[in-house]
Design a protein around this ligand. Structure first.
Ligand code: ATP
Length: 377
């Protein structure tokens, strides 16, 4: 096993598409890192560059200190698990798993021993004689993992390996992948557009947007202190509510207005906002931080809106609300009471729920509690 280090790694395709802007990333030996981003942000391209299936336009790739970007894929000591598994349909499970060893001319007895070991690890010993078409999606996924594991490579690359599985199986396999990582102690780089998968698996998560690294952080920090509006809106279910907010200088410090309602700027955030008097910032409030009902003394922002849609999730509900100013907000609420469609909901946010992002979209101020949580890490 080894660390993976990317320096200034970039990819522009011949048609001019900049799939990856120069990117620096270090994955320590034995770590589990996740690349998270929406479709088309460059995740697969990045894995393919590391695997040697694509040539970078610029930059370096090092594995265990050795520069590998000029080497052919088989000389890089990485194994990749693809989204569609890419199993050989005419080969048995045994031969699919053994394939990378055959390519490396590993003697038959050693091959058989390693295939058995990996099959035991993945719980697919009974399937070794079957062909891929005789397997369920989850079993195929295990075989694809087995083929990657059997070589004990320095680095594992996984490209949305669970996206073809149904929701229940996905959660089960997620736990298995985490256990596999613990057992093998391998260096894992895992690609997904599913933030729940990213948050549960990743020690650290690299958020990509249009080929650019927006933030690299552990799951708690990503949630509590998103670096910019993109990360704030992408992480969370639903993502953070983001509303334009006009800021002006008041007699006792900066004052703000968002969705037609005044926002009481908490004292500890005033300093960060003061330089932006006259500017439009972005106010962020997580859906789970919005409350419904008459606001108590402690409300920092009160805004009413019409309930346009309701997502019932059993133990809770998400109300999609349109304010009088036209802003759409999501509020995560207890399952009861259930608002009627079209009903006007009085929403409010406590001061400890307010985030502020600058005109460039970068985080200016997070709730004090988010800072405290981070300082305590
Ligand atoms: P998804 O989650 O949908 O798989 P992704 O984040 O993995 O998306 P990539 O497949 O890495 O995204 O693609 C990144 C960008 O590069 C996209 O805009 C894509 O259209 C473009 N791209 C990928 N391959 C090529 C190619 N061979 N030629 C030109 N553009 C390409």
């Amino acid at each position: 096993m080894a660390e993976l280090r990317l320096a200034g790694l970039a990819k522009r395709f011949p048609d001019g598409t900049e799939a990856l802007a120069p990117l620096d990333l270090e994955v320590p030996d034995g770590a589990f890192y996740v690349l998270l981003g929406p479709s088309g942000c460059g995740k697969t391209t990045l894995l393919r560059l590391i695997a040697g299936l694509e040539t970078p336009t610029a930059g370096e790739i090092r594995i265990g200190g050795r520069r590998v970007d000029g080497l052919p894929p088989q000389a890089r000591d990485v194994a990749m698990v693809f989204q569609d598994y890419a199993l050989y349909p005419h080969l048995s499970v045994r031969d699919n798993i053994a394939f990378p060893l055959r390519m490396r001319r590993v003697p038959r007895a050693e091959r058989e021993r390693r295939v058995r070991e990996v099959a035991r690890l993945l719980g697919i010993e009974a399937l070794l004689g079957r062909r891929p078409r005789e397997l369920s999606g989850g079993q195929r996924q295990r075989v694809a993992m087995g083929r990657a594991l059997v070589r004990a490579p320095a680095v594992f690359l996984m490209d949305e390996p669970l996206s073809n599985l149904d929701a229940r199986l996905r959660i089960g396999m997620r736990a298995e992948i985490a256990a596999l990582h613990r057992r093998t102690g391998g260096t894992f780089l895992y690609v997904t557009h599913d933030q729940a998968e990213a948050m549960t698996l990743g020690e650290r998560i690299a958020v990509l947007d249009r080929g650019r690294l927006r933030q690299l952080a552990d799951p708690d920090t990503l949630y509590a202190r998103p670096a910019d509006v993109f990360v704030a809106g992408f992480v969370g279910s639903p993502g953070m509510n983001l509303v334009p907010a006009r800021v002006r200088a008041g007699p006792a410090g900066p004052e703000a207005e968002a969705a037609g309602a005044p926002v009481a700027v908490p004292a500890e955030q005033a300093g960060a906002l003061a330089p932006y008097a006259g500017a439009t910032l972005t106010l962020g409030v997580r859906p789970e931080a919005l409350r419904v009902g008459p606001a108590g003394e402690g409300a920092a922002w009160r805004v009413a809106g019409r309930c346009e849609a309701l997502e019932r999730l059993g133990h809770e509900q998400v109300a999609w609300v349109r304010t009088g100013a036209g802003e759409r907000l999501a509020a995560r609420l207890p399952a009861r009471p259930r608002p009627a469609p079209g009903e006007t909901l009085p929403l409010w946010a406590p001061p400890g729920a307010l985030y502020w992002f600058g005109p460039d979209g970068r985080l200016l101020a997070a709730p004090a509690a988010a800072d405290a949580a981070r300082a305590g890490r």
